[in-house]
Design a protein around this ligand. Structure first.
Ligand SMILES: Cc1ncc(COP(=O)(O)O)c(C=O)c1O
Length: 494
């Protein structure tokens, strides 16, 4: 049964067809005259092999009939993908070996034709911009909202999606990110209903939500909400090797073969089989034990949250708080706001790494973000809480309080991003001289992690003034391609 009470696993989910095949083959000590060049790990230098051993490498093979092909699966990979699809209750699941990044590109390319338009929240992951460029679609942006008490950004709401669809009824699809990096989920059920009532597709970047399905105290998943395509970075939240991800197909409106072809087109022909096997295993583990694992983890996290919220200078928002704002929260992402400490999140993250041997997933000016997962233990959470308790008592900075803002910059897309990328030459012009030109690049300051410009947008004086202020405050701008942001790449029309 899934958490909505639906029976989904009529087949035996204890099986791990791909992992079993690889293990059996490794135990037979097959003589390798195939790639990879390490030949079952025999060629790995002892500097590494003395730490990892060689067994791991004997699971890293290449395409041959026994182990199947990711691009045209008929054996264990096909069986593993079918088990995955049944576990999640979808029609088809595709294993990905280049993360949700390739999933996002695939979702856009397999649903939108050049010249069509796609509604998408502006705080989207950079891989969707790659999808926009590859597909030739016109993006229609939804501006996310910011919460200046919590110092986080919220993704699109149902009301925003409905309003944008009314304004742009020609849009082919809507792409939403849920959960966000901070674990905030939007009301996907409502968004799916709004989209489907108008015959529009709902694509969900659920990179952070592969685990949602496995415990009822987690927000509901995009699949249960009725999304047409959902991408999950299985490696982010479940015990899977990096890059291992899944694209789920569950749609009456999209051509399955087109999705299959695009996924195949964008992926390597030499997938890492060890990564694929860990996806297979994680699915089995989650179906068998996910509920128990998350039951324990959620209790530990609740305790840690309450402890952090007793500190003078640190706080972490709760699920109830986020629900009060019309969203929901996956509590496994612990966003700790540090602004009262007088330090930036970056600084607290450095102290944690240097003095406590603790590495958080990310930090910004306001927060550190500690991501918990299937492997997180009570000891780990206790170590984090103890470290924060000590820092809370000892350290005090004098950083003035920053305010998280999204500039209300109006942007005008005058050329298709794909045309800019493929058809035109570009040149660099100094910031001040860029006004009136068309941007040939994306520029995204962190925070808030929302592009100020994307390829094809007209550069206004308002945008340049904003960028100059960022330069003054030494804010990092992704895409600047140099030590300091002094120039912008623009379309060379002549
Ligand atoms: C919201 C979101 N989508 C997609 C991605 C890309 O995922 P991956 O790293 O698995 O390619 C990320 C990466 O952090 C992300 O945060």
């Amino acid at each position: 049964m899934n958490k909505n009470g639906k029976k989904e696993n009529s087949i035996n989910q204890d099986k791990t067809p791909l992992l079993d095949t690889l293990l059996a083959r490794a135990k037979r000590k097959v003589i390798s005259f195939h790639t990879p060049g390490h030949k079952n790990g025999q060629g790995i230098d002892k500097k590494l092999a003395s730490f990892t051993g060689r067994n791991l490498f004997s699971l890293d093979v290449t395409v041959f009939p026994e182990v199947d092909s990711l691009h045209d699966p008929t054996g264990p990979i096909r069986k593993a993908q079918t088990l995955m699809a049944k576990a999640y209750g979808v029609e088809q699941s595709f294993f990905l070996v280049n993360g949700s990044s390739v999933g996002n590109m695939s979702m856009i390319m397999s649903t939108c034709q050049p010249g069509e338009s796609l509604i998408i929240s502006r705080n989207t992951h950079k891989s969707t911009l790659a999808g926009i460029i590859l597909s030739g679609v016109w993006p229609i942006w939804i501006q996310p909202s910011v919460d200046q008490n919590l110092d986080i950004i919220f993704d699109a709401t149902p009301e925003q999606v409905e309003k944008t669809l009314k304004e742009f009824p020609e849009a082919k699809a809507v792409l939403v990110t849920s959960p966000t990096y901070n674990g905030v989920t939007t009301n996907l059920k409502k968004i799916a209903d709004i989209c489907h009532a108008r015959g529009k597709l709902l694509l969900v970047d659920e990179a952070w939500g592969a685990h949602l399905k496995f415990h009822e105290d987690l927000p509901s998943s995009a699949i249960d909400a009725g999304a047409d395509l959902v991408v999950q970075s299985t490696h982010k939240m479940l015990p899977v090797m990096s890059q291992g991800s899944v694209l789920h197909f569950n749609s009456k409106l999209i051509n399955l073969n087109r999705v299959r072809n695009i996924v195949s087109m964008l992926q390597t022909t030499s997938p890492n089989y060890f990564t694929l096997a860990t996806i297979d295993l994680a699915r089995k583990q989650m179906v068998a034990e996910g509920e128990k694992i998350f039951e324990k983890l959620l209790r530990l996290i609740d305790r840690a949250r309450a402890q952090i919220n007793h500190f003078k200078n640190f706080s972490t928002f709760t699920r109830a708080e986020i629900q009060g704002k019309g969203f929901d929260l996956d509590v496994t992402k612990i966003t700790v706001n540090v602004t009262r400490s007088g330090y930036s999140g970056h600084h607290i993250s450095e102290i944690l790494a240097r003095d406590y041997n603790i590495q958080v997933d990310a930090a910004d000016l306001f927060n550190i973000i500690a991501i918990c997962g299937v492997g997180t233990t009570r000891k780990d959470l206790d170590a984090l809480v103890r470290a924060l308790a000590e820092i809370d008592k000892k350290e005090r900075g004098d950083q003035q309080n920053w305010v998280l803002t999204i500039p209300s910059l109006s942007t005008e897309l005058v050329m298709n991003p794909r045309d800019v990328f493929l058809l035109y030459r570009s040149k660099r012009v100094p910031l001040r001289k860029a006004v009136g030109h068309i941007s040939a690049q994306a520029l995204t300051p962190y925070p808030p992690g929302i592009p100020v410009l994307i390829p094809g947008e007209r550069i206004t004086s308002e945008i340049i003034e904003y960028l100059e202020k960022l330069v003054e405050r030494a804010v990092r701008v992704s895409g600047q391609e140099a030590e300091a942001l002094k120039s912008v790449k623009v379309v060379a029309l002549h």
